[in-house]
Ligand binder design. Structure first.
Ligand code: ADP
Ligand code: MG
Length: 619
């Protein structure tokens, strides 16, 4: 057994009934679909025998084109031809800062819509159209309805981006069995989860160089679970950049200073053809309108070195983040069309000092892995084992002083549920704000806010008496539900976290890296905040006590106490832990005497009370 076993109620099927499940790689530039047939995973072709569906949709006034049919309109009708819609998924309008040719409409903090010849289309709708194409392709080719699908997402996708993907799949009429991290899918395709030697943890590097993006992830496979140890990448570095570097080189060779748009577009096409040809031969012709240049592997390697060096330095950084060295890496997996280049393979081999896995077509490997997982989830395999995934960032809630209490830490295997008790801060508090945050830092302001809700109707009690049970539940797709319940009264409130916008990849990366970088600083900030919260609690309690029992103090005692109180209030404004602690100490000297006086008085009252009761009872 290689995987943790989890029975999913209602998901197992009768032994002979084969149910159809597909895996979809919903890519930035290309999307594709695969399924397991007779125990073997294979990608599905459209009627023209094509596997890769360019992720492009063209909205003309009275018709819609997809994929290769839509591609010509990228240059002739850019506003109505949506490419790279994945970059817009789960983002608010304000989040979208990169360049694009589209007219986006909508509120700043909401999901934007593209203004097209067919009206407004949201990123979710457009992705749904791409998914629908693949679903139709699968149904045509398998001559059966599809029972379920696994859709892959980048490891760094946050809740909002995952939710948007899930929404798109539902809109396309797909039953989503699971969203799966792309690097995990690639590892599954190579059967890296089937390794019989489970005694040791295993670490894998997934190097994914696609058309326009670069991602590298380090996965650890431990006790049947893949966890993402670190991720890194570039949102604008891929095969397209290699093409541009070739054009730049060619211009220099031919002493050409500038090209018009049309020429440039043609040269790019030639560059790409030459680049792809070099994956099979040592040398090729680069045809540029009326001229021809010879391009060999060594020259190509030189030309693209600048781009490959960038990917290599990211690889080194994620290795450092994961605190691993080369000997800890069992396998390196190549993903993405650009890793077909000999030069890319060589660079990866050199940096990791081992032969990378590339026997499975690198632009199909993610879909293949997704289809294997889909086949398991739908219940077609006998082992009934499920592959577990993990949370990409920690989930927590805001506590007093703007501190984050982490309920589920990063890299926890999902599905997962965690419960923790909290209490009220003030006497008579009847409501509590539950603020859900995501990130690795200790202060709320440094994390990402996912949503908030209020638990109302808490019966008034003394501070610290109410028992508020907060439950965080992440389902198998990484979607979060937060519930809060006051246990003495049973008052209950809950939200599903479905924010309309999300983090950019670089944001997620930044949140992770900040978590590492600021760990020390966070510790002292947390200490400061906690000291402040304690001090405020002290002041609050003293305030209440003075309201009732101030008369127990002499005028001198009272003024000394007030002085110490004012001093602490002043120190709270500073950010000096030591000064605050000293002020608390000073205040305690006076407040302890006050507390003792109160105690005596209460004992007296209690004794008197007994007598009074005895007296009234006897009457
Ligand atoms: P994405 O994951 O971003 O959707 P892909 O994984 O499909 O993209 O990769 C597309 C890129 O792969 C393009 O830049 C294309 O030129 C490049 N590519 C495809 N085949 C080859 C090849 N044989 N040699 C080198 N690069 C290739
Ligand atoms: Mg890809």
């Amino acid at each position: 057994m290689a995987l943790l076993q989890i029975a999913e109620p209602g998901q197992s099927s009768a032994p002979h009934e084969h149910r159809i499940a597909i895996g979809i790689d919903l890519g930035t530039t290309h999307s594709l679909v695969a399924t397991v047939l007779s125990g073997k995973a294979k990608v599905l072709q459209d009627q023209q025998g094509r596997v890769l569906l360019p992720s492009v949709v063209h909205y003309a006034e009275n018709r819609t084109e997809y994929g290769d049919d839509a591609k010509p309109f990228i240059t002739t009708d850019p506003k109505n031809t949506i490419i790279s819609v994945k970059r817009f998924m789960g983002r608010s309008k304000a989040d979208i800062k990169f360049q694009h040719p589209y007219v986006l409409v909508g509120e700043d903090n909401q999901m934007p819509a593209f203004e097209t010849a067919q009206g407004r289309k949201t990123p979710v709708e457009i992705s749904a159209e791409i998914l629908k194409q693949l679903k139709d392709r699968a149904e045509d080719s398998l001559k059966n309805p599809i029972n379920g699908a696994v859709i892959t997402v980048p490891a760094y996708f946050d809740e909002a981006q995952r939710q948007a993907t899930r929404d798109a799949a539902q809109l396309a009429g797909l039953n989503v069995l699971r969203l799966l991290n792309e690097p995990t899918a690639a590892a599954v395709a190579y059967g890296l989860d089937q390794d019989s030697n489970l005694a040791h943890d295993r670490n894998y590097v997934i190097y994914d160089l696609g058309g326009g993006t670069f991602d590298v992830s380090i996965l650890r496979f431990s006790q049947g679970v893949f966890e993402v140890l670190a991720t890194g990448g570039h949102t604008a570095l891929g095969g397209d950049d290699l093409d541009r570097l070739i054009v730049k080189w060619a211009k220099k060779q031919l002493n050409i200073d500038s090209l018009n748009d049309n020429e440039f577009a043609h040269w790019l096409v030639s560059a790409r053809q030459a680049k792809e040809a070099l994956s099979n031969t040592d040398s090729t012709e680069l045809k540029l309108l009326d001229q021809t240049l010879t391009l060999d592997r060594t020259t190509f390697e030189d030309i693209i070195k600048i781009a490959l060096d960038k990917t290599i330095s990211v690889c080194k950084r994620v290795m450092r983040d994961a605190k691993l060295d080369l000997n800890d890496i069992q396998n390196v997996v190549l993903v993405g069309g650009s890793t077909r280049s000999y030069a890319v393979q060589k660079a990866v081999r050199d940096v990791f000092n081992q032969e990378p896995l590339c026997t499975i077509n690198p632009d199909e490997v993610v879909a293949i892995g997704a289809s294997i997982t889909a086949n398991q989830l739908i219940g077609n395999t006998n082992d009934g084992a499920l592959l577990l995934d993990v949370t990409p960032l920690s989930l927590g809630l805001e506590t007093m002083g703007g501190l984050v209490e982490r309920l589920i830490s990063r890299n926890t295997a999902i599905p997962v549920a965690r419960r923790q008790e909290f209490t009220t801060y003030q006497d008579g508090q009847t409501a509590m704000l539950i603020h859900v945050v995501q990130g690795e830092r200790d202060l709320v302001e440094h994390c990402r806010s996912l949503g908030r809700f209020v638990l109302r109707g808490i019966p008034p009690m003394t501070a610290g008496q109410a028992r508020i049970e907060v439950t965080y539940q992440v389902d198998a797709d990484g979607l979060l539900t937060v519930a809060a319940k006051e246990t003495t009264s049973g008052v209950h409130a809950q939200i599903d976290i479905k924010p309309s916008y999300g983090l950019s990849d670089s944001d997620t990366e930044r949140l992770l890296l900040d978590g590492f970088k600021f760990a020390e600083e966070d510790k002292s900030l947390r200490h400061l905040q906690e000291t402040k919260v304690e001090a405020k609690r002290e002041l609050e309690a003293l305030e209440q006590a003075l309201k009732v029992d101030a008369q127990l103090l002499t005028a001198t005692q009272l003024s000394k106490l007030n002085l110490a109180k004012a001093n602490l209030e002043a120190q709270l404004e500073s950010a000096e832990i030591k000064a605050i602690e000293d002020a608390v100490e000073q205040l305690k000297i006076h407040s302890d005497a006050f507390a003792a006086a109160r105690m005596n008085q209460h004992i007296d009252a209690a004794l008197k009370g007994t007598k009074l009761d005895d007296w009234s009872n006897s009457n």
